[in-house]
Design a protein around this ligand. Structure first.
Ligand SMILES: [Zn+2]
Length: 324
């Protein structure tokens, strides 16, 4: 196979950078992971991206310059035409438009294409993963926040560029404060970051919980999905109650969205979604039922199949239609 048929894909997240190099059949030939720089600015992130792509290419036995190109699934506002990324709140000091495609493409010696992180992960599940047999789907990425991706009639639905913000579907008017600054959003109850804030507040008010002890024992500085999972296994009451709230909020928002879109399938991914897995996908499905208008024909609800590599595989798909 000509080396030019190989593609790179990178999931650029707020905590980690995951890179893959895949062949024409989407098989992973090389992969690498880096922590996302917590401070500095866009050039520091570009250096970490370059490093990750080089390592993945090395494992695949090629030079980055031999790749057909590298797709980047990025958070924030993307201008696909100019290859710039702006307002990436989870990346250090990244507010103004920065020419990411150009600045990364130059040292790598190949073209770089940008896509929305949640949408590329949705496309990956649609093309390669849990939603292969469907033509319409809603991807729900339950992690630090809750992102959504939409595919309708076999094509991504981006709206005017900002579609899919399922985390900000309102589940309670005048409800809890959301990290977005509004109130009552689903993410204010179900996002991992918001759940942690609620847990801290409850703990400060004297409620007992093993959450923060587990966090310290694991040497973490935040309540990861693994910490939540272990607390639930131990029967921690606060963790259980907050997770119940999260499931309820997810059910309302996902069902409300399905009432509008009437998609065939809902795919639950993200750090929390994948960690809690199948039993919780069933609980979300149950929580949707009271709110589904057509409850006699609910959408299929599945856990994302591609797990941790979904975002990077989806980013590599950005190059799938590009001739060598
Ligand atoms: Zn919000």
């Amino acid at each position: 196979m000509p080396e030019r048929a190989l593609r790179g894909g990178v999931d650029l997240g707020g905590t980690k950078i995951q890179a893959v190099v895949v062949d024409a059949e989407h098989q992973v030939l090389g992969q690498a992971r880096r922590s996302t720089p917590g401070h500095g600015g866009p050039p520091d992130v570009v250096a970490a991206l370059e490093d990750a792509v080089r390592e993945a290419a090395d494992e695949a036995g090629v030079e980055p310059g031999d790749l057909l190109g590298v797709g980047i699934g990025a958070p924030g506002a993307i201008d696909e035409a100019t290859g710039t990324l702006a307002r990436a709140g989870n990346l250090p000091d990244w507010r103004d438009p920065f020419p990411l495609a150009e600045e990364l493409g130059r040292p790598l010696g190949t073209r770089v294409v940008l896509g929305n992180d949640v949408q590329v992960a949705t496309d990956a599940e649609f093309t390669l993963g849990a939603a292969r047999e469907f033509t319409s789907l809603l991807g729900v990425f339950w992690g630090t926040g809750v992102g959504g991706g939409i595919v309708l009639d076999g094509r991504p639905w981006l709206g005017r560029g900002a579609a899919g913000e399922i985390g900000h579907v309102v589940v309670k008017r005048h409800g809890a404060h959301c990290p977005c600054g509004r109130r009552g959003c689903m993410e204010a109850y179900a996002g991992r970051r918001a759940m942690e804030l609620r847990a801290r507040k409850a703990a400060e008010q004297g409620e007992t919980t093993v959450l923060f002890k587990l966090m310290e024992d694991k040497g973490r500085d935040r309540l990861t999905s693994g910490v939540w999972s272990r607390a639930i296994e131990r029967g921690d009451e606060l963790a259980t109650r907050l997770l119940d709230d999260a499931i309820g909020a997810l059910g309302v928002a996902v069902a409300s969205t399905c009432n509008i879109l009437d998609v065939e399938a809902v795919i639950i991914g993200g750090g929390m979604g994948v960690r809690f897995g199948e039993p919780y996908a069933r609980r979300i499905e149950d929580a949707m039922m009271p709110h589904l208008f057509h409850d006699d024909d609910p959408p299929v609800v599945r856990v994302a199949e591609l797990g941790d590599l979904g975002g990077a595989l989806g980013a590599a798909l950005l190059l799938a239609g590009v001739p060598a």
